[in-house]
Design a protein. Structure first.
Length: 422
């Protein structure tokens, strides 16, 4: 839009420059030539005249030539030219005639350019009709130019809005797609290219939605089918009585438990999505419920000092994210883990802090990806690598973000935007 306005203004300036070069400048030159010609005529005529002859000459000139007047005294009605364009034209004309003459202006009608010069020790005023120099239609021309420029800018604004609105809708839809939703763009009126882009985007969204549902269904089905044989293996290992193999049996039970935990993460990751409705949620109550479900003395919940607003969110998904953070903290730290909830700057914060080894700074982004496992990060006792990926996905759904900070351990912080708060 700014480029269009600049082009229009440049075009207007070009028209003004062309008007000066092709119209006003030739008028000034012609006026200066006429003025010099009349001054030379007047100088030659009065040089050898008596006073009486000069008076008759002045009277005869006024009767015979309606476009020129001569006066030995300062004419009445001299004023400053009414327009900036006329004042500028007189300045240019004065520069061409030199400092020996003085210019004046009377509005008339008719509009007269008065030129004072000294002849024979007397001051003479020569008045010339300056209709061409006055350019009475210049205001109209300039007004038309300005009006045309304004209309062009308004037209460009309307065109820009016509193009901009569907692009804004496309941007908003892309942001919603990145947050895990599957929006559809509906553009009533748009240029052919943008309408085609919107149709292609809608087709891509539908295909992504189908692929995501198929992936989630396959992953959930596979995880569900693995649960049954694992349950049988656990039962068999628990009732199996082999003398001298107690440690082996306990190891089998532990490994089966780890496999079940990994399958549970697969199911959570597959089922987690935008299908859960957003409802009013008491975040303080949610945090207390998580602490009660984990039931460990190593977890300390720090209560907020003031009443928190109600958050509109997906409570099951948010609860899963908080549980993942607390379980990770308890797993990687043998000391106390703190969990708190409180207001931030236009945000609501849920923080989990532990005293473990933390995560290498270069791995803080990679660890958020699905199936990411860092052998040296926080000891990494094993898992599917979906814990923080689930948290990251929940934050994308809620329009928030996950922050990981090494601060005497790891501080994981869920930042929820206040625009979701009622």
């Amino acid at each position: 839009m700014l480029l269009i306005v600049c082009l229009i203004l440049c075009a207007e300036f070009g028209v003004v420059a062309a008007y000066y070069v092709l119209v006003q400048k030739p008028r000034i030159e012609r006026m200066s030539e006429v003025t010099l010609r009349y001054l030379n005529l007047l100088s030659g005529a009065v040089a050898h005249m008596s006073v009486a002859e000069r008076q008759r000459f002045i009277a005869d000139l006024g009767r015979q030539n309606a476009s020129a007047w001569v006066s030995q005294g300062q004419p009445e009605g001299l004023v400053i030219p009414p327009t900036r364009l006329m004042r500028w034209a007189l300045e240019r004309l004065q520069a061409r005639l030199g400092s020996d003459v003085r210019l004046g202006w009377s509005a008339g009608p008719p509009s007269l350019l008065w030129v004072r010069t000294d002849l024979g020790g007397e001051s003479w005023w020569l008045g010339l009709e300056a209709g061409g120099l006055a350019a009475e239609h210049s205001r109209l021309v300039l007004g038309v130019m300005v009006g045309a420029g304004v209309l062009a800018i308004l037209g460009a604004t309307l065109i820009q809005r016509h193009l901009h609105r569907p692009l804004v809708l496309l941007q908003q839809a892309a942001e919603r797609l990145a947050a895990g939703e599957y929006p559809e763009i509906r553009v009533a009126v748009a240029p052919t290219e943008i309408a085609g882009l919107a149709m292609a985007f809608n087709g891509m969204v539908r295909q992504l939605e189908v692929n995501e549902k198929e992936r989630a269904l396959m992953l959930a089905g596979l995880s569900h089918d693995l649960r049954t044989p694992l349950a049988k293996l656990r039962l068999a290992a628990e009732i199996l009585d082999v003398e001298g193999e107690d440690e082996l049996l306990r190891g089998m039970v532990r490994n089966i438990g780890v496999a079940e935990q990994i399958i549970e993460q697969f199911i959570d990751f597959a089922r987690l999505g935008a299908e859960e409705p957003r409802v009013p949620c008491d975040v303080e109550e949610l945090v207390g419920d998580v602490a009660a479900s984990l039931a460990t003395p190593r977890l300390i919940v720090e209560r907020p000092v003031s009443t928190l607003p109600t958050l509109v969110c997906r409570p099951l998904a948010l609860r899963r994210a908080v549980i993942n953070l607390v379980e990770n903290a308890l797993k990687y730290s043998d000391a106390t883990v703190w969990m708190s909830v409180g207001p931030g700057v236009d945000t609501l914060l849920i923080t989990v802090r532990d005293q473990g080894p933390g995560i290498p700074e270069e791995a803080l982004n990679a660890i958020r990806q699905p199936f990411a496992r860092l052998d040296r990060a926080r000891g990494d006792p094993g898992g599917a690598g979906l814990g923080l990926a689930i948290v990251e996905r929940v934050m994308a759904l809620e329009g928030g973000r996950l922050e990981l900070i090494n601060r005497g351990g790891l501080e994981a912080r869920l930042v929820l935007p206040m625009e979701s708060v009622t």
